[in-house]
Write a protein of this length. Sequence first.
Lengths: 302, 360
Amino acid sequence: MSAGVEDVRASGTSEESTTPLRAVGRPEAVARRALGRTPRVGAAPSRATSTIVLVLAGVFFLVPIAAMVEFSLRQGRTGSYTLQHYAAVLDPAQEYAYDGLFQGTLNSLAICAITVLIVLLVLLPTMILVELRYPALRRALEFVCILPITIPTVVIGVGFLPVYSVIARLVGSDAWSLAFAIGIIVLPYAYRPIAVNLQGLDVAMLSEAARSLGAGWGTVMVRVLVPNLRRGILASCFITIAVVLGEFTIATFLSRTTFQTALVLIQHTDPYVAVIFALLALVFGFVLLLVIGRLGAVRRRA
Amino acid sequence: MAIESPAQPPRSLVSEGAAVELVDVVKEYGGHRALAGVSLTMRPGEFVALLGPSGCGKTTVLRSLAGLERIDGGRIRIDGADVTAVPVNKRDIGMVFQSYSLFPHLTAVQNVQFGLEMRRVDAASRARRAREALEMVGLGSLGARYAHELSGGQQQRVALARALVTRPRVLLLDEPLSALDAKVRVQLREEIRRIQIELGITTLFVTHDQEEALAVADRVAVMHAGAIEQVGAPEELYSTPATPFVADFVGLSNRVEGEVRAGRVLVHGAELPLLREEVQDGPVIAFVRPEDVLFADSGVPATVVSSSFLGSVRRTLVRLPDDTLLSVQHETSRRPAAGERVHVRFGGRAVSVSPRPARG
């Protein structure tokens, strides 16, 4: 994320950015001469160390996933493997069995859409407004946005119970209404990427420049600010989607069927399908991360 | 450096130049008076520099004229029309900012086209006019570059092209050179002046650098503490400063303690005429230019502190017996050494003075 920020400032800071490298390099070289060998204290880890760390971390993540794949292919306790569990998911005859899961997935996607809208239409304009007009409130906004991460979700869930009795009366108890609660849960994750992007941009000056060229506020937003915040905004949205798909606690507390709650339910009757869907969710998350990374690469080339 | 020899400004950019009038402009920030009734008139096509130390309100004047600050009193007129209530995007001004303000997501040529798009100019004329404007600032071949692929000086050139391409009525330059290194700064300021004269656009140039202001402007307005102290041609400010502040701020001045008596000021045994004779008798600080202090065979004894070579002249710092430091400007043929004992005298040109509390 910071790469784009540096791009923007690159011309101004190229000189400063080389200085720390030199500063780090120099004492190391002095120490090497004094000791006659390469000291490792405080330096980058050796190739061997970093390989070991990488392999251990890889194993830590890959073993459970491999186990999930292996499990989803098992045929009962016969010891042989089959694709029948995957086929079953797509089998119309068994649709009723997985109805809850499909419904939960659809609900979660609806919640994703609404939560993303909340991020785009409430959080983003608020952050830009604070940056432009009320910079003194920057710290307060950051505090409010980071707050949900410091409170256990269980506590938030309990707190939402009375709130949602009111919401249910106002808009009904459809699953999508969960987006209001989840919109708060995702704040810390959605806030960060946009904030980082904003930091690297002189929003006030860019909008003044645009306005002096004849642009109204709407044009400033759409033509100048949003394009320059594109990476932060996209990262925010993707992280939001990932968080929504992984959300379980609030949905359970408020008794709504979402992807995660349905997954837990189906695990009792068909653990294979639960694992298959969990795998699909992982793949989906992986693709999202790839997309974020790719967007960053595109910007860097530009 | 990738700057081609600049093209003649295209006819499409030449403007009539608008008259600008600020009348008693007042601006307050939470009780603090940033502008205490600033009045300034700019003739069509005139290049006026607004000069002052940081915090004197010069940028606030420019921002008020741009419409970026709402003023708390007074009127602003462009070509006779009152624009006090007109928002910035409708004022038809061109502006170049202190820091690099190009839109990072657009190429140079797209940046230049932005203002034309806002005015709904068709794509073909947009492309032509943007190209012409970039050629005018000597960057015709770099239109496809993004801001981060341009040097600071090039970015400010693009910003200048972007500000001028819409043929604004007034050009506002808010310390556009202060982020650049010395050589580029001088080069670009000459070029801004050349383009300004060729286009005939009324220009307000804000700077804290007096050399810059005196070098390029038709007239310079010196600001101090939210008010304009003096407006005049560069020579006028230098030779007949209206206030002690101007005398001290514009050009280099020695501050010498003296005493006014009957319309003349006595400094170190010399009697100098006053620029303004209506000064009351009493102790004063006199502002004496380094070129008005001369080395002599007799006069006030002094010790050389240091001497610096400035190309066509040499400036030598000397210490008088009462510890006053004096800067003496003289020919380069004389090279005083530090510690050398010399004598100085005053040239006798009229000086400005500012009252000072008498010593206890």
